[in-house]
Design a protein around this ligand. Structure first.
Ligand code: FEO
Ligand code: CA
Ligand code: CA
Ligand code: CA
Length: 736
């Protein structure tokens, strides 16, 4: 196995820094809420009134379509795609899939075609690596923002990591690393903004040399916005007043605001920083608590907490040494001791201007951010839902101070609209009760549990946001099974959030392991054929949350588990609780996106447990609503755990739509407003190829998309992350 990429993967799983005593609550409960009472409080009445025109009427047509206008097609009318371990991208009969843009493709013709032999440079002008979250921004024929455009648009694409094996001619060099290798990696991450235009054949092509094309990298200047702007913790040699930094790092999930901007989540940024031996002796006890809580406890050694070692670049230039967050100068204005605090945010980008100022929205907290789902209801405060993806971490919600004014959606000063809604408000974390209810607990100094926390002393509100994890520990949020993407059902405003897996759930926990609880009820053993034994919540699940009264600003909610990931032949009473069949079974849900045109829920996997049976995949679902199932008790013998589970899926409500090539994950989804084209990303195909085998194409575990005829190399190509566009041969909507 490739050590470096294996470490990249490990970073998704191994961070385990939540040592707070938070629940994990006792798993005994009574079924006080009947299904009927949950339904009565459901999407009728006040909740439905809050949805507004942008909610219900969006499904099944344009904004003007009536709610009950049934589409002519049958949703989920396609034939399910079988599980597969083939090195191919497979869609249902009647559909086709074409690569739109892949890692290294030139955004500007001046850098030339991608050779895909490890010699390509200039990644600040090429499409980045490890495509992840993605959003669609419509453009009119004259190049203005046009949310209804089906023919011309900008895609905003996140780039999470790099596969070092294939990015360089012979894989990565050991530290101290050559500058050119480090520069290539730093430039291949971040965000791509690229124009796409529909061709006469009905499919899109990307537009080279578009004035909108833009690479935002780990080096792009970025402003801090919100309460932590100017905080003493953000002061560096680069920005002595704490108002700016360079770069957005490890960009994972995305979000799109109603005012037409991209939100990009910075996830495993901590892995890019070095910390010298002995740096803890230069720091206060409080600082060391904070470093430990964010996975950088004492010293950073090569490995899971210091992956690419950019700070070791041979020239020693400050461009590289800033990735070492150690005390080295007299004051914070003389070194990069605080650089560690400058990553880990939701960052907002206006895609409609290639020179627009980019802002880190500190009010949304600092953590391992995945997606950011915005719920804007006229006359109500706006909410942004977020997951912190590490074992035993939390689900968060930001609520704006300002009520949402729909006329702001059309303003041309988009970043100023972001200032209005995203820079002042309240951050919360979720606490799940055994009875199917929950609370959003406030993360501010107004919460005495935060202000008086014994485990860490917060200097100010900026410190609370920069150390949101610690504030959530203090406030008593519920530790979850790795929260990944969250998104909102456009039909009813309910939040769906994936909990991808958790190797730290145990029936008899020790150390940082947790016992199952109502919202994270499974702990079991799975054998991946002939390879490994995995324990915990191996296959992950998907939670749903309905805010009380349907109000985005509500501080109480009801919840249930929408689906449990499982192999179809797993125990129906302890593992395959949702009764998944061969056409539906999946493991490790990660990306989750609703398409407004159809209100279908798309579930994408990033799995290491079921890969003996199938490569990672995407399923389509017609969801129900919170409370449409009931209480389910898992009998573990010595103990029982009762959870809330949604109605089980049927063949008509959940179906596998595609399977990707080998050793990749499917992530990110965007659609044209008419629903006739969707775009999805294939991330890190061939990731398990050993770096030592880079000279032997026969040993690559994937050759996609070269083997599908895209780019150089053919059947012996180096694999590449790519954006795929999916169309239906009859021109119909995707998912029908
Ligand atoms: Fe970037 Fe947690 O997946
Ligand atoms: Ca298995
Ligand atoms: Ca993810
Ligand atoms: Ca992932």
């Amino acid at each position: 196995m490739n050590m470096q990429t294996d470490l990249s993967r490990a970073m998704h799983n191994e961070e385990d820094s939540n040592t707070s005593p938070n629940p994990s609550f006792d798993a005994v409960l009574s079924a006080r809420l009947s299904r009927r009472s949950l339904l009565r409080g459901g999407v009728g009445g006040a909740a439905a009134a809050l949805l507004g025109a942008a909610g219900l009427s969006a499904c099944g047509g344009g904004d003007d379509a009536p709610v009950d206008e049934a589409p002519a097609e049958t949703l989920l009318g396609f034939t399910a795609v079988a599980k597969s371990v083939a090195d191919a991208f497979t869609v249902p009969p009647g559909y086709r899939a074409d690569v739109l843009i892949a890692m290294g493709d030139p955004l500007f013709s001046s850098v030339g075609a991608f050779r895909n032999d490890g010699t390509d440079a200039d990644f600040d002008q090429r499409c980045g690596e490890w495509h992840d979250g993605m959003e669609y921004f419509g453009l009119s024929a004259t190049g203005a923002r046009d949310d209804a455009s089906n023919n011309r648009a900008l895609l905003g694409i996140n780039h999470e990591w790099v596969t070092q094996t294939f990015l360089h001619p012979n894989g990565p060099s050991a530290a101290p690393r050559p500058d050119a290798e480090v520069i290539k990696e730093m430039q291949a991450m971040g965000v791509t903004i690229v124009e796409i235009a529909k061709q006469p054949n009905g499919r899109f092509a990307y537009v080279q040399d578009s004035p909108f094309n833009r690479r935002i990298t780990t080096e792009t200047p970025i402003e801090f916005a919100g309460p932590a702007r100017g905080n003493t913790l953000l002061r560096t040699k680069y920005s002595p007043d704490g108002t700016r930094t360079r770069g957005t790092v490890n960009n994972c999930g995305t979000g799109k605001t109603p005012w037409g901007t991209l939100l990009t989540g910075e996830e495993n940024w901590a892995a890019f920083f070095a910390r010298n031996a002995g740096d803890n002796n230069q720091r206060s006890a409080n600082e060391n608590v904070a470093f430990a809580r964010y996975g950088k406890s004492v010293t950073a050694t090569a490995g899971v907490n210091h992956v690419y070692r950019w700070d070791t670049a041979q020239s020693g230039d400050e461009r590289f040494t800033r990735w070492n967050a150690s005390v080295s100068g007299a004051t914070a204005a003389d070194d990069y001791r605080n650089e560690f605090y400058c990553q880990g945010y939701v960052t907002e980008i206006d895609p409609y201007s290639a020179t627009s100022v980019i802002k880190k929205r500190t009010s949304l907290g600092r953590m391992a951010h995945e997606s950011a789902a915005v719920r804007a209801v006229a006359g109500r405060r706006l909410a942004v839902y977020m997951g912190d993806d590490a074992r035993n971490e939390y689900i968060y919600k930001f609520v704006s101070s300002q009520d949402w004014d729909p006329s702001d959606a059309n303003r041309s000063d988009r970043m100023a609209v972001g200032d209005k809604y995203l820079d002042s408000g309240t951050l919360y974390a979720a606490r799940f009760n055994d009875d199917g209810t929950g609370q959003w607990v406030e993360l501010s100094l107004d919460n005495p549990a935060v202000a008086n926390y014994a485990g860490y002393t917060f200097a100010d509100e900026g410190d609370v946001l920069i150390h949101a994890r610690i504030a959530a520990d203090a406030a008593g949020a519920t530790k979850m099974d790795r929260p990944e993407w969250g998104n909102l059902n456009p039909a009813n405003g309910e939040l769906y959030i994936t909990l991808t897996n958790n190797s730290n759930r145990r029936l008899n926990p020790t150390g940082s392991q947790l016992a199952p609880d109502a919202a994270n009820p499974r702990a079991y053993v799975d054998v991946r054929a002939g390879i490994t034994v995995q324990q915990g919540n191996v296959n992950g699940h998907i939670l749903r949350i309905r805010e009380d009264g349907g109000d985005p600003a509500a501080t109480t909610f009801t919840w249930d588990v929408y689906l449990f990931g499982a192999e179809s032949d797993a125990s129906p009473t302890l593992v395959n609780l949702s009764g998944l069949t061969d056409d539906q079974d999946f493991s490790s849900p990660d990306g989750l996106v609703f398409t407004p045109s159809t209100c279908l829920c798309w579930i994408q996997t990033d799995d290491g447990a079921m890969v003996d049976e199938s490569n990672c995949m995407m399923l389509a679902a017609i969801p129900g609503q919170v409370g449409d199932g009931g209480a389910v008790t898992l009998d573990y013998g010595a103990t029982t755990v009762t959870t809330r589970m949604g109605r089980k899926p049927t063949a008509a409500t959940l179906k596998r739509f595609l399977v990707g090539p080998k050793d990749q994950e499917i992530t990110g989804l965007a659609e044209t407003p008419d629903g006739r084209v969707i775009f999805v990303n294939v991330q890190h195909p061939g990731e398990e190829t050993a770096a030592a085998d880079v000279g032997e194409p026969s040993k690559y575990t994937s050759h996609w998309p070269g083997n599908a005829g895209y780019g150089p190399g053919g059947a012996s190509a180096r694999p590449r992350s790519a954006t795929v566009m999916i169309t239906k041969n009859d021109g119909g909507r995707i998912g029908t």
